[in-house]
Design a protein. Structure first.
Length: 197
């Protein structure tokens, strides 16, 4: 075997390993393919699998390299509180838009977050943006600061209220997904329970 052939075999093996390691992504892509076609048939599923394998092999994502945990009780708390925040904020934004009177006082608030892996930092930013009335306008990963635009600062409890709400959200994210060492570095007691966040 020549050096060129050995290199080609090495590349092929890496692609196969990457495809095997990405089986959840391939299944997700296959499911999305079935939803796109609105057909839940074996042929559509297999076509989605083939398409998923091609996507994973041709367009590889860089490795994330995060040491994470999954605490079901804490994930349930995170999801429940997020849905509650979503409902409350939706009504607040609707009331702000419909009520007569002066325009609400909006503003941009900087929220310094705890040291955490970038994936969890991004999750906090995304969940903050999904709540109506707030939008992440800038993220500084170097200093771990989120800049949030808030529609109505007074209804959100002012700058201190926005910071407190965002830090509580971040704490719930960390308690749901952060590794034990990351919890300790963030100054949170490391536990695996599903109680209050």
């Amino acid at each position: 075997m020549t050096a060129g052939q050995a290199a080609a075999v090495g590349v092929a093996r890496r692609r196969v390993r990457r495809v095997v390691a990405q089986w959840p992504t391939i299944l997700l892509l296959s499911g999305l393919w079935m939803l796109l076609w609105a057909t839940f048939a074996w042929g559509t599923f297999v076509a989605g699998l083939v398409l998923g394998v091609v996507v994973v092999a041709v367009l590889p994502l860089p490795p994330v390299g995060v040491d994470a945990a999954f605490r079901p009780g804490r994930v349930a708390v995170l999801a429940g509180r997020f849905v509650g925040d979503l409902v409350v904020a939706s009504f607040q934004v609707a009331w702000t838009a419909l009520r007569p009177g002066p325009q609400p006082r909006g503003g941009v608030v900087s929220v310094p977050l705890r040291p955490a892996p970038d994936v969890l930092f991004a999750m906090t930013a995304v969940l903050s943006s999904l709540v109506p009335g707030s939008l992440v306008v800038e993220v500084d990963t170097r200093t771990a600061v989120l800049y949030l635009h808030v529609l109505d600062l007074d209804a959100a409890g002012g700058v201190a209220g926005v910071r407190a709400q965002t830090l509580h959200l971040e704490e719930r994210v960390l308690r749901a997904f952060a590794a034990r060492g990351d919890l300790v570095r963030a100054g949170l007691a490391a536990d695996d329970g599903g109680g209050r966040a």
